[in-house]
Design a protein around this ligand. Structure first.
Ligand code: C2E
Ligand code: MG
Ligand code: MG
Ligand code: MG
Length: 275
């Protein structure tokens, strides 16, 4: 009996799985030192209005691994989110975004153009998060109104009161909030009214087939209507074609982000010339 249990255990930990677990552990080890070795950097993607003016950029993290090359955030952000590392990493992204804003101001840009950063739900569990953000804003002198925090619906699944309090305190610092990947989460729509949100981001999965899938176009049209009636800004992500952009425009969405306007790139490579 005991022997057959052992056999099945051995079978469960097959060599392939063991190798993948080791690779994951190794990747995490590498990630721990990645910040100090300057392997992490941000690229930025433009957000434009209906006149093609750049209204903001979204900061997206990149990791150039010395052996593996570019590791996508979908692979290493979940690793960081399993441990306290996400706090350090998340604050680093916010600080970089703030330094970018300060740079713009120093170059004479006193517009309302924003920098958006993705914030992991786990970062909200850090009781010192608000104080840290406040500290970064004070230290860098970045205009808080131009810092936009992107959160996802998964944030609202647990501890809604705590999340609401934290968001309200962050709002009091002057920052704004966008709800990313809207429509892909599970939570009720009631939180849209309760939480201090400024913007809905229509998820790219709906934008992708908005022209030829009736469900997607219905979801996108309803999201635009919902945002309008709640007084929220709305932006579509993953806009790849002029046809998608025109459809969105006809249905009342006037802000866009996607490959149609450019790939995420280092700031120095972004062209803001339409401003
Ligand atoms: P997201 O915040 O929804 O970011 C949009 C993703 O769509 C980005 O992928 C972007 O490169 C990609 N994208 C932009 N335009 C298009 C388009 O027209 N078509 C298609 N197919 N894709 C487009 P990326 O950079 O690989 O990031 C993936 C996700 O990783 C992000 O999704 C975000 O959830 C997360 N992430 C990225 N940077 C950070 C970060 O600094 N912190 C945290 N916590 N998460 C991050
Ligand atoms: Mg985002
Ligand atoms: Mg998104
Ligand atoms: Mg996404």
């Amino acid at each position: 009996q005991a022997k057959s249990q052992t056999a099945s255990d051995v079978c469960f930990f097959d060599p392939g799985m063991q190798r993948r677990m080791q690779q994951r552990a190794q990747l995490y080890e590498d990630l721990l030192g990645a910040l100090a070795r300057s392997e992490l950097y941000l690229v930025y993607q433009k957000q434009v209005d209906q006149l093609d003016c750049v209204t903001g950029v979204e900061a997206l993290i990149r990791w150039r691994h010395p052996d593996r090359g570019l590791v996508p955030p979908s692979e290493f952000i979940p690793l960081a989110e399993e441990r306290p590392l996400i706090h350090e990493l998340g604050l680093w992204v916010i600080e970089q975004a703030c330094l970018t804003l300060v740079d713009w101001v120093q170059q004479g840009d006193d517009s309302t153009r924003t920098v958006s950063v993705n914030v992991s739900p786990r970062q909200f569990q850090d009781p010192g998060f608000v104080a840290r953000v406040s500290d970064i804003l004070a230290r860098t002198g970045a205009p808080a109104r131009r810092l936009k925090l992107e959160v996802t619906e998964s944030l609202f699944v647990a501890d809604r009161d705590g999340v609401e309090r934290t968001m309200t305190r962050l709002k009091a610092l002057g920052v704004t909030f966008a709800l990313d990947d809207f429509g892909t989460g599970y939570s009720s729509l009631a939180y849209l009214k309760r939480l201090p949100l400024d913007e809905l981001k229509i998820d790219q999965s709906f934008v992708r087939d908005v022209l030829d899938n009736a469900t997607s176009s219905a979801i996108v049209a309803s999201t635009i209507a919902l945002a309008r009636s709640l007084g929220l800004d709305v932006i579509a992500e993953g806009v790849e074609s002029a046809e998608q952009r025109d459809w969105l425009h006809r249905h009342g969405c006037h802000r866009y982000q996607g490959f149609l306007y450019g790939q995420p790139a280092p700031l120095s490579e972004l062209d803001f010339s339409t401003l």
